[in-house]
Design a protein around this ligand. Structure first.
Ligand SMILES: [Zn+2]
Length: 229
């Protein structure tokens, strides 16, 4: 111990201050200016239940992440699901903590993206097919679609006309998403803003869509259902 009383009391003050500082460091919550935003999340239990209505257990839901997408997703407002994980526009990610509790448009749109997760987990190279669509102008050329009005070419279907004799695996990977979102909307969103044009159109097409999806509805594990384009 130091024999000089001034020095000794100075030492005690320093020791106390150090102890206080370390206590603050360990216990205090971070300053309010440090707001942490998670940039990815897992599916909620409500989202999993909603997906099980369509994909049953053909998706390993524990492997699915939802991310805040980069500049492209936020600037265009488009989601992308190239490798089993959904990249969402920033505002969509932040405003929708649970797609099973949101408006009808967001729910059928979410099921469309989950179709790409199903395709990917079953073995489809969704990223490669997306690139091919991009090169063919599928995401840049607008067409007048019989089933959904003004539409990007990749999603265009004509279920009552041109596509009436097609099997599910003959539709491209985006059209498959469209067919599944129509079926899901007609069957499960009757009580979620039912005056939506998408819902009314889904009801109109239901019988025809159900015929195309019959094998998928019975067994979503069937790999012969996967798209080749
Ligand atoms: Zn899609």
């Amino acid at each position: 111990m130091d024999k000089n009383p001034t020095k000794q009391s100075a030492k005690i003050i320093v020791a106390n201050a150090t102890a206080k500082l370390s206590k603050l460091k360990n216990n205090q919550s971070p300053p309010t200016t440090e707001i942490k935003i998670e940039t990815k999340r897992k599916l909620t239990s409500g989202e999993i239940k909603m997906c099980q209505l369509v994909f049953k257990d053909a998706i390993d839901y524990s492997k699915v992440w939802l991310h805040i997408g980069g500049f492209i997703h936020s600037a265009t407002g488009n989601a992308m699901t190239p490798a089993g994980e959904i990249m969402l526009p920033r505002s969509e990610y932040l405003e929708t903590p649970d797609f099973s509790q949101t408006i009808g448009e967001n729910r059928h749109w979410f099921i469309h993206e989950m179709t790409h997760v199903w395709q990917y987990q079953m073995g489809t190279s969704v990223g490669w097919l997306g690139l091919k669509q991009l090169c063919k102008g599928g995401y840049t050329s607008n067409v007048q679609s019989a089933d959904s009005g003004g539409e990007l070419k990749a999603y265009d279907t004509d279920i009552l006309g041109r596509d009436s004799g097609k099997k599910f695996n003959e539709f491209n990977f985006e059209q498959q998403g469209r067919l599944i979102e129509f079926w899901f909307d007609a069957c499960y969103l009757q009580n979620v803003n039912p005056s939506r044009p998408h819902h009314i159109q889904s009801l109109k097409l239901l019988g025809y869509v159900e015929r195309i999806l019959r094998d998928f509805i019975l067994n979503p594990h069937d790999k012969s259902l996967l798209p080749s384009s």
